[in-house]
Design a binder for this molecule. Sequence first.
Ligand code: BV8
Length: 253
Amino acid sequence: MDIEIPSELIRRLQKAEHVVVLTGAGVSAESGIPTFQEARTGVWAAYDPAELATPQAFLRNPRLVWDWYAERRQEMEAAQPGPSHYALVDLEQGIPHFLLITQNIDGLHWRAGSRELLELHGNIGRCRCFDCGTYAFGWDEEGAKPPSCAHCGGLLRPDVVWFGEGLPGQQLRAAYRATEQAHLFFSVGTSAGVQPAASLPLIARRSGAYVVEINPHETALSLMADCWLRATPGAVLPVLARWVMPQTEEEDA
Ligand code: BV8
């Protein structure tokens, strides 16, 4: 049963020229990938993800951090994009100026076909050298863990943003620019608790955008948003996409 979308939101969505969507782990959760907070399963139960996702943890125990990401990479590569991912591709195609900003590192938005896309926290499918920064798009999974950089012999690390590290400057500036121009801003499946991504909905609001949160759980944003759709992204995004997709002949008939 389709969720009831407020008519005010539908009116704004059909009229909006600039739309920005921020996604978090709640979108990937529907593809079976545990959220960052839930990423404490099995052997990793003893570790705090926020402790492992730091340069200090990597320097202290490169093998442990490498193995944690190797296991998450395997899980993410085995996952498939879900209805939310494909609905966001439809929204990108149906809205004049659309930008998807994701905190997720699993690459599912790209695999679903999103191209107006900023991966603010990087992508687990890529690695780079901890020392010289040279990128690696392939490495020997059976050899040393972490593998060594082909360029300088340093240790490879996942190309993700760890806590305490700055976000990629170009991506972050593009995110701020689009957010300041947005007529409509959606915060979808994120706890809106990690900075500076969590500041985007606030910047949108301050810049005059209509801010919508889609999350089954209350977050720091819920009471500040103009509209909080208390539902999963998969229940809402496909319904929104149908309001902006060009009607096919048979649907017009
Ligand atoms: C930086 C990649 C400075 C790695 C991640 C200002 C104020 C306070 C703190 C700070 C601040 N500025 C910086 C900080 C520190 C820190 C921070 O914000 N800490 C927080 C915890 C207080 N920020 C940083 O360190 C950032 N760096 O600012 O450095 C700097 C500047 C210049 C130069 C040098 C330094 C870097 C932050 C990026 C960290 N990397 N990911 C990895 O993944 O391994 S963050 C990671 O956690 C995720 O990407 C995500 O963004 C975040 C939260 O994860 P989750 O909670 O799992 O996911 P999400 O938030 O998306 O929430 C899940 C939602 O889904 C929930 O709402 C839940 O209800 C919902 N849900 C659950 N199940 C379902 C569901 N929805 C639908 N269906 C379901 N089934």
